[in-house]
Design a protein around this ligand. Structure first.
Ligand code: AMP
Ligand code: MG
Length: 327
């Protein structure tokens, strides 16, 4: 089976081809182009969608060429139907629909967040993990139970990625700002007090956002260090409670923020206490990419046929915990 996946939920336009022969799975190509807003600014949905529209032909051509595959050799085409930014989602959907209808290839609209999880599981070998999904669009703790991914904690306001990006932009860095904040944080060990907000098993980051802006004049490195320590400890507390509650013996981190070493360090020490195996999605595939979509399409194709063209919508607020998992 040859599967093309198209990702366009936010800043990234990506096409990837995965080949599955029996149990053997190989990522043949994963090509990405990322919309970069001007320094100090966030994603402008219309500008990002223009970027995706302009870059989609080249990304697709490069993806096919790297994989050495012709379009009519593809068995399925999948696209991220949500959640995400409407104008961006529509570009991926239009590309997928055009190819699928012209070449008569089955089409699969798939959930972007589920793509993060399934690719993370496939690449790390985690079997039945508690999942921490931390990205630009998500902050969720999830476990699979009775046909659905159930939420055992999430953010009540902004996501962990948004928190880091908004602080970074305030300080004048270009998005995505997580790596720059991680670098600055590693240069300090001077903790300045910030609000720590865990409610039930949910977290709230909006108070830390305002408070971190106020302490930046005391020292940018100290502010970044304190921001990471506070936000990651909150996540750690919620993850630890979810581990105790669900009794899961594996933890998997996925999403762009999974690249952060300090976050892994904190979660690894929690896993040690709970005799739990620790997995983190490989850095190259932690953030948004076509492979997530391509692999999820392959999984879905084992239990259902392609979607009718008239049902190939985009759903901006498509929550992961509403998806019925049949494979
Ligand atoms: P995604 O939406 O999955 O592509 O993830 C993007 C998010 O990951 C952005 O908010 C980035 O700032 C964040 N990110 C990327 N690398 C790091 C890092 N090393 N530390 C913290 N956050 C990161
Ligand atoms: Mg994502």
């Amino acid at each position: 089976m040859l599967s093309l996946g198209i990702e366009s939920t936010a800043h990234t336009f990506s096409c990837a081809i995965i080949e599955k022969k029996g149990k053997q799975v190989k990522i043949l190509s994963d090509v990405r182009r990322i919309y970069r807003p001007p320094e100090g600014q966030g994603i402008h949905p219309r500008e990002a969608s223009r970027h995706h529209a302009e870059n989609s032909p080249q990304v697709l051509a490069d993806c096919l060429q790297k994989a050495n595959v012709k379009i009519d050799e593809l068995d399925i085409i999948s696209y991220a139907a949500g959640p995400g930014l409407g104008p961006c989602l529509r570009i991926g959907a239009v590309v997928a629909r055009s190819l699928a209808s012209y070449y008569d290839i089955p089409i699969y609209p798939v959930n972007h967040a589920l793509g993060h999880i399934e690719l993370g599981k496939m690449l790390t070998g985690a079997k039945d993990p508690l999942v921490l999904l931390v990205s630009g669009g998500h902050t969720m703790i999830l476990a699979f139970l009775s046909g659905k991914w159930r939420v055992f904690g999430e953010t009540l306001d902004i996501t962990l990625g948004q928190l880091l990006d908004q602080i970074g932009r305030y300080a004048g860095f270009a998005s995505p700002c997580g790596p720059k904040i991680e670098e600055l944080a590693s240069q300090s060990s001077n903790y300045l007090s910030l609000p720590y907000v865990v409610k039930g098993n949910d977290v709230s980051f909006s108070g830390i956002l305002s408070a971190t802006k106020r302490i930046i004049p005391k020292g940018l490195e100290d502010a970044c260090f304190s921001l990471q320590e506070t936000a990651f400890s909150m996540i750690g507390e919620a993850v630890e409670r979810a581990l105790s509650f669900t009794g899961k013996k594996e933890l998997l981190i996925v999403g762009g923020v999974a690249a952060n070493k300090r976050l892994s360090e904190i979660l690894q020490s929690i896993c040690k206490r709970h005799s739990c195996k620790f997995f983190v999605a490989p850095k190259e595939y932690a953030g948004d990419c076509g492979s997530q979509i391509s692999w999820l399409g392959l999984l879905e194709s084992t239990v259902k046929s392609g979607e009718k063209m008239e049902n190939t919508f985009v759903k901006q607020s498509w929550r992961l915990d509403t998806v019925n998992i049949l494979y």
